[in-house]
Design a protein around this ligand. Structure first.
Ligand SMILES: O=C(O)[C@@H](O)[C@H](O)[C@H](O)C(=O)CO
Length: 467
């Protein structure tokens, strides 16, 4: 059997190998979007076993286990951790072709030095070896981050969050990794969801005052954003499953907010007016703070009502929205730009049909002397696959500037997912290497090295200015 995932994994030509070894492999990681727990980082959480760290919250794995016919009790149910791991081990061979197959073995190799293929027959030995290591020194959350050469971690945080653990981490001079929050005010926009009322109470607690008007809401959001800024936040994040754009006066939206506070049902039009007005307020706020605005668009979340009632969000029952994007997104960006208050913005869509639309639209708003002011976001979720990453990079190269791309992120809930950066860096170097060896690009190692270093690290360092 060939040495699986060997040193030239995904590097199919000599130029690719040279670029990866000399310019990509050792660059630090700036993980500017993830869902890791700042509490677990602060506490250097030690994981009981491989099931906790690998399967504890990873709905990517849960989805393929379901598709493989595994009973829910072995996924999110009450089966033992060992039985859940065996169920995953039985599934892994069936994932061949899905990046989970490569990621799983890459993680076993990079963190546990295990080169054995995971399957039902090897499950027990791998369970034993991984748990022995996890229960020893050097496998706490902080250790895994440090081993992965991570320099910055951007978690995903609600405006009402106390940021207790971010502050504790920043006071801890023994931990050399910067852990900063990202401002994710989705619940402020989702005015028709039943989460809105309870969340408003949490926000009132956080700002120490009642929120009884739309003006109060905006003041509270601004106050929290300024607090987040003090704690090092330089990026916001929005899940815009659809991009609404319905202009309305401040008074109209204030009336809509009052109607919601009275518990009255809002129309879709009223919801969209609220979302549009709030997004415009926040976009201008981000521009004034110098933040980056991330828009995660066209997810179709929580499709399975029965399972949503049972398990809640982010449990593997999401898919892609195939709606239209161009007009509303252009109106949002243009309205902000007209006041010279369009922030640095990263556009993600869960539907790759939107890549050329977003890449072309970006070109209408680049400028202000900021290289890559608008970014085509890294291949997201169902697209962070070999094909998806290549499609995103090729679209950006064809329509915009790949050289100014701020590169990969893990977007993960697992501390073992940093191998996704390696996977991406290998793909990037192979893409450039193929262009060189096909004669489509010059064999100019200085230029190629500058571009590779930029996409792997230097562009993100300059773009996010985390300090
Ligand atoms: O940030 C998001 O909305 C998504 O990334 C979502 O959290 C999803 O669960 C995910 O992690 C996809 O990688």
């Amino acid at each position: 059997m060939t040495d699986y995932l060997n040193s030239t994994f995904l590097l199919r030509n000599q130029t690719a190998v040279f670029l990866y070894e000399n310019f990509a492999k050792d660059m630090p990681i700036i993980d500017y979007h993830c869902h890791l727990s700042p509490k677990q980082i602060y506490e250097n959480h030690h994981f009981q076993n491989i099931t906790e760290i690998w399967l504890g919250g990873d709905h990517y794995k849960w989805r393929v286990m379901r598709a493989n016919g595994v009973d829910e009790s072995y996924i999110t149910g009450d089966a033992s951790d060992y039985d859940k791991f065996v169920a995953w081990a039985k599934t892994v061979p069936m994932t061949l072709g899905n990046p989970l197959y490569q990621w799983s073995h890459l993680e076993l190799q990079r963190f546990f030095d295990i080169k054995t293929l995971l399957n039902e027959n090897t499950a027990h030995e791998i369970w034993e070896k991984t748990n022995q290591l996890l229960n020893g020194e050097g496998f706490g959350a902080r250790d895994l981050i440090t081993k992965s050469n991570v320099q910055v971690i951007c978690t995903t945080d609600d405006p009402a969050d106390s940021l207790e653990y971010h502050m504790k981490l920043q006071a801890d001079k023994d931990f050399g990794v910067k852990v900063v929050p990202a401002f994710r005010p989705d619940k402020a926009l989702e005015i028709r969801r039943d989460t809105f009322g309870p969340w408003l109470k949490q926000l009132e607690q956080a700002v120490g005052k009642e929120i009884s008007s739309y003006s109060d809401l905006l003041q509270a959001l601004q106050s929290r954003a300024e607090f987040f800024h003090q704690i090092g936040c330089r990026v916001s994040d929005h899940a815009l499953d659809i991009v609404p754009f319905e202009e309305a006066t401040f008074d109209e939206v204030s009336d809509i907010f009052a109607k919601a506070l009275r518990g009255e049902v809002l129309t879709t039009l009223e919801e969209h007016k609220h979302k549009t007005c709030t997004m415009l307020f926040l976009g201008k706020l981000y521009a004034r703070l110098g933040w980056v605005m991330q828009l995660h668009m066209h997810a179709a979340r929580n499709n399975n009502t029965r399972m949503f009632r049972r398990l809640g969000p982010d449990t593997g029952f999401d898919s892609m929205n195939d709606g239209q994007l161009a007009e509303a997104l252009c109106a949002l960006l243009n309205t902000l730009d007209e006041e010279n208050l369009l922030p640095k913005t990263i556009l993600y869509s869960l539907n790759p049909k939107d890549y050329p639309v977003m890449a072309a639209l970006m070109g209408s708003f680049q400028g202000d002397g900021v290289p890559g002011k608008l970014q085509l976001g890294a291949a997201w979720w169902y697209n962070d696959t070999l094909d998806g990453m290549l499609e995103q990079m090729k679209t950006l190269a064809n329509i915009g500037l790949l050289s100014r791309f701020v590169g990969m992120l893990t977007d993960s809930r697992s501390f073992l997912s940093y191998t996704r950066h390696e996977y991406f860096r290998r793909l990037l170097c192979n893409l450039l290497g193929e262009w060189v060896e096909n004669g489509e690009a010059p064999d100019d190692k200085e230029l190629l090295g500058k571009i590779v270093r930029g996409i792997c690290y230097e562009n993100a360092q300059a773009y996010f200015s985390f300090g």
